[in-house]
Design a binder for this molecule. Structure first.
Ligand code: RTP
Ligand code: MG
Length: 140
């Protein structure tokens, strides 16, 4: 398996509770390397564009408002099998269903305030990395 990159967000519920370091530590302990990272406040247009696949769903407006409510940390993570590995460390979308030891089990407040985002496929990883980072901001 070749080295792969995935895209991660530490979401507003987590930055608000000062969990940036604890969550990043969990990613690093799992073997993911942070090769790009920045703290940003997402604009409404960015949040709507980023989550375009969910447009029309009942939770869309709430999701966008949540994502712009506080700063977020956007990161590019690198490892073998990074996309799947990150999804495993994150745990299930609904924290009540997340396995012990996962980020969402430990930190998420609810299905919507679930502390992290991670790309779900190579196609979304490529799109999401480009959405927030230029090539020269990523140092492998
Ligand atoms: P993410 O994209 O954030 O990594 O999470 P995911 O793949 O596990 O979940 P996804 O289905 O892509 O949904 C994106 C985010 O929308 C919020 N959500 N709320 N029924 C609901 O209330 C609901 N469903 C989804 C969550 O914040 C989820 O992470
Ligand atoms: Mg998703």
């Amino acid at each position: 398996m070749a080295i792969e990159r995935t895209f991660s967000i530490i979401k507003p519920d987590a930055t608000k509770r000062n969990l940036t370091g604890k969550i990043t530590a969990k990613l690093e302990e799992a073997g993911l390397r942070v090769v790009a990272s920045k703290r940003i406040r997402m604009s409404k247009e960015q949040a709507e564009g980023f989550y375009a696949e969910h447009q029309g769903k009942p939770f869309f407006a709430g999701l966008v408002n949540f994502m712009i409510s506080e700063p977020v940390i956007v990161q590019v993570l690198e490892s073998e099998n990074a996309i799947l590995l990150n999804r495993e460390v994150m745990g299930k979308t609904n924290p009540e269903e997340a396995d012990e030891g996962t980020i969402r089990k430990e930190f998420a407040l609810s299905m919507s305030e679930n502390s992290v985002h991670g790309s779900d496929s190579p196609e979304s990883a490529a799109r999401e990395i480009q959405f927030f980072f230029s090539d020269d901001e990523i140092v492998g």
